[in-house]
Design a protein around this ligand. Sequence first.
Ligand SMILES: Cc1ncc(COP(=O)(O)O)c(C=O)c1O
Length: 364
Amino acid sequence: MSRAIEDLPTPAVLVDLDVLERNIARQSERARAAGVRLRPHAKTHKCPEIARMQLAAGAAGISLAKTSEAEVFAAAGFDDIFLAYPVVGLGKPERLLALSDKLRLAVGVDSVEGARNLSEAFRAARRRVDVLLKIDCGYHRIGVLPLDAGRIARAVADLPGVTLRGIFTHAGHAYQAESPAAVAEIGRQEGEILSVIAGALSREGIPIEEVSVGSTPTARHAMPVAGVTECRPGNYVFHDGSQVALGTCAAEDCAMTILATVVSVPARDRAVVDAGSKTLSQDTLRPRPDGHGSILGTASRLVSLSEEHGVARVKEGDSFRVGDRVRILPNHACVVSNLHDRLYGVRAGSIETEFRVAARGKVE
Ligand SMILES: Cc1ncc(COP(=O)(O)O)c(C=O)c1O
């Protein structure tokens, strides 16, 4: 039986199903047109049901970051997972070994030490695991510098128990880009840097089967670069305020909103909703910080958050009363999912389905 949105207690995370389906279809179509496999990053939603929609639309598998996320998705029947993260740490190789019994697993590495950890566990079990070497294409978070790629790839490829399947990167610096043209340039470079490295490694006798790129802003620019085989955008299923600010999408392409109630209007220029940092996170708008979420249908934004309070500066022409229900466009959808047990899938004013955030809190 479907419920009306009006009957939901707040705060609640709503996902517009028409927009979600359209976002999934568009990205799949983009990958098909570019001739690359889509391996969406499921950390954005952490919901097996949404990942199944992505696979049904043509995705070749999923990406995740953490071992415990992969355990949840493995239990839900997913059989092809890339952990796009340098998995290092106590007990992790053993858990990866158990996972690789159940599914086709690949793991990110960005150091010989990290790869050796995996190598030792898999060799002792007389098994092998596929690894992809992370390249730093300019984000400067993790990943080996392009100049070091040959040396480190050789050392990893020579280890027993691991098979160097490919290389991967993530152009997270696109989130700081000043214009859509700058995002496009970062995306092209993301593809080209990886393609050049893959060619050089192959010429040195290290065959590179997978050349994996991907972020939501850069996906459309990196995918068509010759040599790229796979793309891993995540956020595109929902989009958010930052994607709108970056020019990745229009406001109507944002599937996720937060339904909240105005709990106080203590001054003419201030209204407070029941969604604070425990609902929205403290993530700022990118590329330039500008509050903590916009209130849809108004010019007002949340300008500060405490745990349970979202404080809006009321712009001229807007007015809020205690008890009003509002919809907030979050700055960053991926962190919102991780703060909630369920997301409500809505269509035409009704709640059609609930997505359980099965991998919520799985950060090990
Ligand atoms: C390694 C890696 N791949 C893919 C993604 C997906 O990027 P986005 O969230 O921009 O879609 C991320 C996001 O953080 C990432 O860290």
